[in-house]
Design a protein around this ligand. Structure first.
Ligand code: FES
Ligand SMILES: [Fe+2]
Length: 393
C-alpha cells in the first residue's frame, strides 16, 4: 500500500489494479459476530467511548451561514442545538431548558435571536446565557450565570462543523485528523463550497451496517447493476491507510479506453471517485465536480436504528460558471438520482441485513482482505472501544 503519491500517480496505480483485475488488500480475512449489530451494551459503549470522545461532523459551515442561524441535531448522547455566533464562531449546546428540562428548540433549522422555552417561557441568548426567568420575583433567587445552556465542544475546520458529544470533553479536530488527513482536507478548500442539498434518513438498521455499505467498493455491480454499477468499477481500490482514517481511489468506467491506450501526461481525475473514511462515522466522496458527505449516527438508545445524513457539497453558483437556474437543476437532478439509489437499492438490502443479524443462529461472519476500508472502520472503532473500557476501569 503506497502513501502520499501525487493524485495522478495514485490514479495510474488504480488503473494498473484494474488492468490486473485486482485491488489493494489487507493480509487477513477478519471474522465478526452478528451480535455486534444488536447488542445494547455494546451500543452504550459505542455512544460513550466513541461519540463521547472523538469529533464527528454535524454539518457543512454553509448550513449556518449567518449569526443566529441554528440547527438541532440528535447525537447518540445528547440532543444538541448548534448556533452560529455574532463573532462568526459556532457553539453547540444541549437542547434542553435548564428550568425543568423541556425541549428548548424543536425546529430542525432556523434563525433566532433568543431561544424561548415553550413550558414557562424562560429564554436564552444564542451564546447560551440564561436571559429571562419569567415572574422572577416569585421564582426565587437564582444565579443566572450558573444556569445557562450546557455547552458541548464544537469546532469549525475545513468547512465542516464538528462536535464531541460530551460536555466534559475537549475538541481538537486537527489532532484527531492527524497530519495526512488534515492536509488532504485543507487542500480541498471545502469552506469555499456550499451545501446545495442535505437530507436525513432514519433507518431500522445499526449505524455500522449503514457505514459499512458506504465504504464498500465490492458490492457495486451486484447491488447496483443498473445504476452505480454502470458507472464505477467494482472491487478496484487504490487504498491508503492513515492509521485512523483512510482513503481509496476507484476508477470509473470512463477510464476504460486507457486500459489499452497509454494516457501519457493527460489528467485522469475525471475518471475516478475518491472515497475518504473519516473515523468514526463519515464518508466523504470526491467526485469529479463536487463532494458528497455521508454521515451515520447511532440512535440514542436502540442499537437496531440509526440516522444517515447525506449532503451534496458543491462549488458556489458564482464559482461554477453556470446560470443559477442551471446550477439549481444540475444539483436537483443529481440529488434525485442519489435518493432513488439509496431508497430502492441500498436501504432495503441493509434493513434485511439487520433483520438477519438478529437470527438466533446467524453464525460468524467475515470481512474479506479486499474490504479494505471496512477493515479500517472495524479495527479503529474497536481500538476506541478498548481504550474507553480501559479508561473506565
Ligand atoms: S421548563 Fe423551560 S421554562 Fe420551565
Ligand atoms: Fe450501495
Amino acid at each position: 500500500m503506497t502513501t502520499s503519491l501525487p493524485r495522478e500517480d495514485r490514479i495510474r496505480r488504480a488503473l494498473e489494479l484494474l488492468r490486473n483485475e485486482t485491488t489493494d488488500k489487507f493480509d487477513d480475512v477478519v471474522e465478526f459476530e452478528p451480535g455486534e449489530f444488536t447488542d445494547p451494551v455494546l451500543a452504550q459503549e459505542e455512544r460513550d467511548h466513541i461519540f463521547g470522545v472523538v469529533p464527528s461532523i454535524v454539518a457543512h459551515s454553509s448550513e449556518l451561514a449567518k449569526p443566529n442561524d441554528f440547527m438541532t441535531v440528535t447525537m447518540p448522547r445528547n440532543n444538541l442545538i448548534v448556533v452560529r455566533q455574532k463573532d462568526g464562531g459556532v457553539k453547540a449546546f444541549v437542547n434542553l431548558c435548564r428550568h425543568r428540562g423541556a425541549l428548548l428548540e424543536e425546529k430542525e433549522k432556523g434563525r433566532c435571536r433568543i431561544f424561548s422555552c415553550a413550558y414557562h417561557r424562560w429564554s436564552y441568548d444564542p451564546n447560551g446565557k440564561l436571559r429571562t426567568i419569567t415572574r422572577d420575583t416569585t421564582f426565587g433567587d437564582v444565579d443566572r450565570s450558573e444556569h445557562g445552556l450546557i455547552e458541548v465542544p464544537c469546532e469549525e475546520r475545513h468547512g465542516f462543523i464538528w462536535v464531541v458529544d460530551n460536555a466534559k470533553a475537549t475538541i481538537d479536530v486537527a489532532s484527531w485528523l492527524g497530519g495526512e488527513m488534515d492536509a488532504i482536507l485543507a487542500e480541498y478548500h471545502l469552506d469555499d463550497y456550499v451545501c446545495a442539498k442535505a437530507g436525513g434518513f432514519d433507518e431500522p438498521t445499526n449505524w455500522k451496517i449503514m457505514q459499512d455499505a458506504f465504504l464498500d467498493g465490492y458490492h457495486i455491480q451486484y447491488a447496483h447493476p443498473n445504476t452505480a454499477g454502470k458507472i464505477i468499477h467494482t472491487n478496484v481500490m487504490a487504498f491508503e491507510d492513515f492509521g485512523r482514517h483512510c482513503r481509496f481511489i476507484a476508477p470509473r468506467k470512463s477510464i476504460d479506453r486507457f486500459l489499452e491506450e497509454d494516457p501519457g501526461e493527460q489528467r485522469l481525475d475525471k475518471h475516478v471517485t475518491e472515497t475518504h473514511f473519516l473515523l468514526p462515522n463519515s464518508t466523504l466522496l470526491r467526485q469529479p465536480d463536487h463532494f458528497q458527505l455521508l454521515t451515520f449516527r447511532p440512535h440514542p438508545s436502540d442499537p437496531t436504528r440509526s440516522r444517515m445524513e447525506q449532503r451534496l457539497i458543491v462549488p458556489k453558483v458564482e464559482d461554477s460558471g453556470l446560470e443559477p437556474a442551471r446550477w439549481e437543476r444540475l444539483w436537483d437532478k443529481n440529488w434525485d438520482i442519489l435518493l432513488a439509489v439509496l431508497h430502492s437499492e441500498d436501504f432495503p438490502l441493509l434493513r434485511e441485513s439487520q433483520r438477519g443479524m438478529a437470527s438466533a443462529d446467524a453464525g460468524g461472519m467475515m470481512l474479506g482482505r479486499n474490504e479494505v476500508a471496512n477493515q479500517v472502520f472495524r479495527r479503529e472503532t474497536r481500538k476506541l472501544l478498548a481504550a474507553g473500557r480501559d479508561a473506565a476501569q
